[in-house]
Design a protein around this ligand. Structure first.
Ligand code: IMP
Length: 428
């Protein structure tokens, strides 16, 4: 395995955590390049389960270097909580984790603004995770951001906070009817975070590029999914970062020539959390997913996920905008109990068939899925180790998905454990 970017090809929650964990075994470095603690990866190692929001799950393997890149927005409170929890469970972090000095910091006012803006949007709300993600990226591109390195310098942090609070406190008091925030209190709180994070803060683009030069293998782990990408997602129901493969470059400081392979993680059906159009969302009578047993609750917010049939239109879009070479197909076992399985091959809008993902939100909001139906396999596949041993109907379903998305499946996940994985090719 050379340098590989792994991204979600739907609306996030595709089960990337497990695939990342598998690929990490072959990597020397694992790099997060976008998003923040809105993400939540659940990783099972033996009988132990870990939920990680910011730190790459590579931290669970000893001798892997984990990087939180410049494209990530970091809430220090959330990061330090993760560091403390992992440390208390015996995971070695010091020396294995580096945080980009150029990464933007999520401050208390970003979380507040996230919640208040959602309230003001009323019915048009996005259903954000409330982690301050969009307000932090807004400040980044609005030249107001506070970077990790700024937490290490009292005078720089004071000046930047003064400028920010002039604006934010005007929002709070004049628009949102809230009390203003206190500069000294905020300064002390974030200087304290800086003192505790200092040992992790580094020039990570330098570290990553040096590692590439030395022939080390890098895994770039995406968070969220393609349909939440700020450019290519179902805008405006997206997140604020570039969740697609190109984000790996701008969010870590490497050039596109350094990427060898891009793998997309695709769930065998569809899910989304938050608001926004979802053409293949199950009608209540079709919904066979047991949210609890099948683990379809958001790892960050605990919200039950909306579920629906596989949508080949959005995955074809993901194949294109990420340049996907390979697919990891996850949660195929959840379909074990479905007598009939539908696949959306195109949309219909105003009597026109649409095969490519539309950027027109009105169209996406009002289109109808065009389905084809296949037989289910009605037996458990969780113990199957080889593709050849899967039921004929399961193999037919996988083959049909490959045809529709024009990309080969190289990994199939049939359960949450590492052992419940079928490899269709050697990953080396
Ligand atoms: P934000 O990222 O908190 O601003 O939320 C924007 C949208 O992205 C909302 O619909 C969230 O539910 C969704 N979202 C953000 N992070 C994730 C994730 O990790 N998985 C799935 N959906 C997410």
């Amino acid at each position: 395995m050379a340098n590989i970017v792994l991204v979600g090809a739907q609306w996030g929650d595709e089960g990337k955590g497990k695939i990342i964990d598998i690929l990490t075994e072959k990597a020397d470095f694992v790099v997060r390049f976008q998003g923040g603690s809105n993400a939540g990866h659940t990783v099972r190692v033996g009988d132990r389960e870990f939920v990680l929001h910011l730190i790459p799950s590579g931290i669970l393997h000893s001798k892997k270097t984990c990087i939180i890149g410049n494209g990530v927005v970091i809430d220090p409170e959330s990061l330090l909580k993760e560091v403390d929890t992992l440390t208390s469970r015996g995971i070695q972090i010091d020396g294995n984790l580096f945080v980009s000095e150029a990464a933007n910091i999520v401050l208390v006012y970003h979380r507040l603004l996230d919640t208040l803006r959602e309230q003001f949007k009323g019915e048009g709300k996005i259903g954000t995770t409330g982690r301050g993600i969009s307000p932090t990226y807004m400040d980044k591109v609005g030249y107001m951001g506070i970077r990790a390195v700024d937490l290490l310098s009292e005078d720089v942090l004071r000046t930047k906070l003064e400028i920010n609070l002039r604006e934010k406190n005007a929002y709070f008091t004049k628009i949102y009817n809230q009390p203003p925030l206190d500069l000294e209190e905020l300064l002390e709180q974030y200087l304290d975070y800086g003192r505790r994070l200092k040992k992790f803060i580094a020039n990570t683009e330098l570290i990553i590029n040096r590692a590439i030069k030395e022939g080390k293998r890098i895994l770039f782990e995406g968070a969220q999914g393609t349909l939440l990408d700020v450019n290519f997602g179902s805008y405006p129901y997206v997140t604020a970062s570039s969740t697609t493969a190109g984000g790996a470059c701008i969010g870590s400081g490497i050039g596109p020539t350094k990427i060898d392979k891009v793998m997309g993680v695709v769930k065998a059906y569809s899910t989304r959390v938050g608001s926004g159009p979802f053409p293949t969302e199950f009608a209540p009578e079709d919904d066979f997913v047991d949210r609890k047993k099948d683990r379809e609750y958001g790892a960050t917010t605990g919200r039950p996920r909306r579920c629906g049939w596989f949508d080949a239109v959005i995955v074809r879009h993901a194949v294109r905008v990420n340049g996907l070479d390979k697919i990891a197909l996850t949660k195929l076992d959840i379909l074990d109990t479905a007598p009939k399985i539908k696949i959306c091959t195109a949309y219909k809008y105003n009597n026109t068939i649409i095969e490519d993902f539309p950027n027109d939100s009105k169209l996406f909001d009002n289109c109808e899925p065009v389905y084809e139906e296949m037989d289910g396999w009605l037996q458990h596949i969780r113990k199957t180790k080889r593709f050849e041993d899967l039921p004929a109907a399961t193999k037919a379903y996988v083959k049909r998905l490959e045809e529709l998305i024009e990309t080969p499946v190289s990994i199939i996940s049939v359960g949450s454990r590492r052992s419940q994985t079928i490899f269709l090719e050697d990953l080396d």
